[in-house]
Design a protein around this ligand. Structure first.
Ligand code: HEC
Ligand code: HEC
Length: 236
């Protein structure tokens, strides 16, 4: 099946779309090369952060994708790439998107760019390709997390009052901190073992992460993961 470049991609990918005019992504054999060309200007696609100076975190244009296959659920990637809604309410590096107001700093949403969207055929190919990026199979294999349940009230108190996750993360739309990715759709987005492994040891995934290590006790981490399951399953 041969198709032209969908209008949506042409409009949103900017300079990359211009380059792609003669070579529609949908019929391009080498998805890896396409992803490198169209996504690599913002996203890291191989794991080299450990070699870079720490201040690179402040300069990142986008979250790393080099371990996408150990992190995301394929179905989520496929649908989000077609309809990329915001995950980080204050952008990838929040201090860059803050503006002072009478109530303290607020997020200057005008400085947050819209993410390029792909059509279904492209999203399928790109999702398949991203799922092959799995440098951290060992971290996933070492996980003991078995999804379970937790009462809403207990989970919420644990996420907020006891563990302070709500200082940086939202557990419902517009509720919670904005310096990290929202977590009310984390269960739909992320592999359960990733959630548990990342909370336990964030720097093992990303040496310059802004995510602090909290209580790394397995039972405590699994409780938090169960809360993300509870709230994520309630999302549409
Ligand atoms: C102009 C820069 C830019 C380009 C080009 C770009 N992205 Fe992104 N991408 C971002 C930003 C910024 C975010 C964070 C969005 C948010 O959190 O709301 C993001 C987030 C993502 C996420 C979610 C990552 C996570 O850890 O939450 C995925 C998946 C993704 N992009 C895939 C792609 C793919 C595939 C391409 C190429 C077709 C691409 N992006 C091109 C800037 C870009
Ligand atoms: C000081 C702010 C802060 C606190 C407190 C915090 N986080 Fe995070 N967290 C982050 C940031 C920022 C990221 C993304 C990594 C980055 O951007 O460097 C993140 C990433 C995550 C992710 C991966 C989400 C994704 O889509 O990539 C999970 C899961 C997570 N945090 C859970 C938690 C839990 C559970 C707690 C409470 C124990 C917590 N966080 C406390 C800032 C925080």
């Amino acid at each position: 099946m041969t198709k032209g470049i969908p209008v949506k991609l042409r409009l949103t990918l900017g300079i990359a779309a211009v380059l792609a005019v003669g070579v529609p992504l949908a019929v391009h054999a080498d998805t890896a090369a396409d992803v490198k060309q169209q996504c690599g200007s913002c996203h890291a696609l191989d794991h080299d952060y450990a070699k870079a100076a720490k201040h690179e975190r402040a300069e990142r244009k986008a979250p790393p994708l080099d371990f996408a296959g150990n992190k995301f659920r394929r179905e989520w990637l496929y649908s989000w790439l077609q309809n990329p809604v915001r995950l980080r309410p204050a952008g990838v590096f929040p201090p860059a998107h803050a503006k002072p107001s009478a109530d303290g700093d607020v997020v200057d949403t005008a400085t947050l760019a819209k993410h390029p969207a792909l059509d279904a055929a492209q999203a399928g190919k790109v999702a398949d390709y991203l799922m092959t990026l799995t440098p951290f199979d060992a971290l996933i294999a070492a996980e003991t997390y078995q999804p379970g349940s937790i009462a809403q009230r207990m989970g919420q108190m644990n996420f907020g009052k006891f563990k302070g996750c709500d200082g940086c993360h939202q557990d419902a739309p517009d509720k919670g901190g904005v310096s990290g990715p929202e977590l009310y759709t984390a269960w739909q987005r992320l592999q359960p073992a990733f959630i548990s492994a990342y909370i336990t040891q964030p720097a093992a995934w990303d040496p310059h992460t802004m995510m602090p290590v909290g209580d790394a006790n397995a039972a405590a981490v699994h409780k938090l993961a169960n809360y993300l399951k509870l709230i994520g399953e309630k999302q549409p």
